[in-house]
Design a protein around this ligand. Structure first.
Ligand code: SF4
Ligand code: MG
Length: 329
């Protein structure tokens, strides 16, 4: 297994209390596979990503039984060792490229410096690598682009530059936090293709955070559905999208317009009555309790059991599996 995460928790100070942003999640990503993390905003997706990169805000607390990348246990690394891995073995692409790129340095400065820092290459080698990677993400006139500043590029081009930066050192694992959300549909499709190609070439593992089910349908091998800091369902893409078992996943998928009348492109997860609750105290009960249309008495007392359908679709819910089967339409 390329990436293995066990019992990850992230806690953040929040107006004198402790907000439990991530509450005990387990994940695995084999080489060459894409795990999509989906869920409404505030469910802990980005905090999970930042925790894996060890880039959480300073005041956040992380605990985990295990965050293992290849042979390396990341929770045991010093910041110096971790920063030597970041960008080389594990990279991240953020949603807003303008904040992730430094406005005062040229694209070339930024790409070359990532490469030189990790590989010790000289300036010419770094320049050649930068051109090669920019071309691989579909930028024309790469040599000219290298002399430009981030503000001189369109949003779509900036996002490609960020992908190029993440790929400079051929990482084993890449984490993408809604990298296409701000882009138009055509650019989005191009970016997804570029990421997929890069992944196929190098058998990279990928975690892709999105709330766009059209994107999930396109790129996920497996899907993890997060809710209020927990994973409530995880399984192969087809199983989760076509035969969701958890009442929350079902609500999400039901809220998406049917693909027959319009493309699922840009379809957002939305409109389940109520808000995602924030947890300040530990509560082992189902996180969806306050909004669940299927709630039972046992749900108000006991932690939901993990149920497994077809060996690899896992659901945390008290409903018996028979009742989680989707009724034929
Ligand atoms: Fe609903 Fe109970 Fe299942 Fe939670 S455990 S999703 S409240 S039925
Ligand atoms: Mg986010």
């Amino acid at each position: 297994m390329l990436l293995e995460v066990r019992d990850l928790h992230v806690t953040l100070p929040d107006q004198g209390q402790q907000l439990r942003a991530v509450r005990g999640i387990d994940l695995e990503v084999p080489a060459g596979e894409t795990l999509c993390l989906v869920g409404e905003s505030g469910c802990g997706k980005s905090m999970t990503a930042l925790a894996l990169m060890q880039l959480l805000p300073r005041n956040a607390k992380l605990s985990a039984e295990k965050i293992r990348l290849g042979e390396t246990e990341l929770t045991k690394l010093s910041e110096r060792k971790m920063s030597a891995l970041r960008g080389r073995k594990i990279s991240m692409i953020f949603q807003e490229p303008m904040t992730a790129l430094n406005p005062v340095f040229t694209i070339g400065d930024q790409l070359r410096s990532v490469y030189r820092r990790h590989t010790g290459a000289n300036k010419q080698e770094a320049q050649a690598r930068a051109i090669e990677v920019l071309e691989s993400v579909g930028l024309t006139n790469a040599a000219v682009r290298l002399g430009q500043f981030p503000h001189q590029l369109s949003g779509g081009l900036r996002q490609r530059v960020l992908i190029a930066m993440a790929l400079m050192c051929e990482p084993e694992m890449i984490i993408c936090d809604e990298p296409t959300t701000a882009l138009d549909v055509t650019t989005q499709a191009q970016i997804l293709r570029i990421l997929k190609d890069a992944q196929d070439k190098r058998k990279m593992g990928m975690i892709f955070i999105t709330h766009d089910l059209g994107v999930v349908a396109r790129i996920a091998d497996r899907v993890a559905v997060m809710y209020a800091g927990r994973i409530v369902e995880i399984g192969p893409r087809a199983a989760v999208l076509q035969n969701p078992a958890h009442p929350y996943t079902r609500g999400l998928i039901a809220s998406v317009p049917r693909p027959k009348d319009e493309s699922a492109e840009g379809a957002r997860l939305a409109s389940i009555p109520g808000n995602v609750p924030a947890f300040h105290r530990e509560d082992q009960r189902c996180p969806f309790l306050s909004r669940c249309p299927k709630r039972m008495e046992v749900c108000t007392r006991e932690a939901p059991p993990k149920r497994t359908r077809h060996w690899d679709q896992h659901v945390f819910c008290h409903l018996p599996l028979e009742e989680q089967e989707v009724q034929p339409a």
